[in-house]
Design a protein around this ligand. Sequence first.
Ligand code: GLN
Length: 554
Amino acid sequence: MAAKAQKTAKYIFVTGGVTSSLGKGIIASSLAKLLQARGLSVTIQKFDPYLNIDPGTMNPYEHGECYVTDDGAETDLDLGHYERFLNVRTSQANNVTTGRIYHNVITAERRGDFLGKTVQVVPHITDELKRNMMLLGQTGDYDIVITEIGGCVGDIESLPFLEAVRQVKFEMNEHDTLVIHLTLIPYLNSAGELKTKPTQHSVRMLQESGIQPDILVCRSEHPLPYDIRKKIALFCNVQVNSVIEAMDADTIYAVPLLMLKERLDQRALYMLDIYNDKDVDLDSWKTFLSRLKNPVDSVRIGLVGKYVELHDAYKSIVESFIHAGATNECKVHIEWIHSESLTADNIAEKLENLDGVLVAPGFGERGIEGKIAAIQFVRENNIPFFGICLGMQMAVIEYARNVIGWEGAHSVEMDNTTDHPVIHLMEDQKDISNKGGTMRLGAYSCRIKKDTLASRIYGKTNISERHRHRYEFNSKYLKDFEGNGLMATGINPENDLVEMVELPSHPFYIGVQFHPELKSTVMNPHPLFVHFVKAALAYSLQRRSVETLNPSMN
Ligand code: GLN
């Protein structure tokens, strides 16, 4: 067999200025999508300037969701966007933090690798940054590697990153690197004008670090007229067709098309000296978008969690619902329900008008009883139920307490003296004391039992899903659960760990130990979400028809 041709990668760096939260991840993903749609092989990596080795130890309120890759890396949530847009898997190499860079350098110093030299930010930290920036490009798998630089130009902690980018740009051939700078063009109501000054200052700051951006992507709430583009070009030293307008979009999935219209991909290819006259093939993307924008029905799904104030804490779940909604031509309205706000007294009022309830992943004691109350309510009222990770564990506890009759049943995570530890610490977690990177992480296989809801949903027997947990279903109680109707329908073939539970007597009730939301993409919506939304839609239609027959119920 002929060896696969090795590709020589070119590098695009995406920096941001003026303010944070401008959506560098979405711009990087959208550009990558366009380049991919032209037949190029692209990957995206994120360099984060904080000192944590990875975001795995951070509170979701600080950092939003922690995204887990197949190879078990705990990463920034932007990697979720990369996978959802590109439908290509990322790995540990796609997310690097200052903490990891320092850790590598200091470990090398302790080994004596520096042979008596003074170890310094420049050149040692910057060299390690550059080495990591090049890693994916050196695999020979990619035509283009896009590197998103976290943080904002002007942040003290971003300086070594910018210095590394400057050096890479300087050391490589002119057309092998490209810097795209994302900025904001605010509109001042009182003046009735778009203002370019913050962008000019932000570019100047980048220039002070020795980097001249090649393309400016300008976020704006209003279209950028030609004279404004000309002004930005003149004062920022870029050509006018390198000033790209990025208007606010009603969905992130429309951004690739906005960037296509602005010719961001063509501009990037031209500046990288890559000849490509292929048509951009975005047909299936456009089909998805049109289904997303023209739903024929809608459902209301309750998302019960304890971090609901910050929707980014559940980013992948929200996006999975968007994919599944589009597949079902159905708008999914998420009702955010704080698990701490749920009590036996208000549960009916809070949940009875929902078409489905998802109980979210999580850690620790807070809000647990609310999750259990929610599960009892949806189980008893035949409302579609989907439990993920902690949500599945709480379903097991609810069943033990309210159906089997083990009153104090619990997870040892919350109560380690319970008489019925139906969820217990995994054997290989028992000797672990460090918190970072030590959970059961990443892809593990699962075998699905025949003639189950899970087998109908997946349509196959062997699956692989991603994990992030320390506790598991206590198999000692499996017979008791199955004897009482709660079935274990997905099992890890290597260690028999229960991965899925379901209740055949219920129209749709499924709990999974893994995180399906991490694998849903635009091109491959996750079947569990697709079928959950389908079940919610069926439930809603059935309820509406009952209400029509009995108008007094309204
Ligand atoms: N806290 C639970 C565990 O560690 C569930 C984790 C989760 O929901 N990701 O097993």
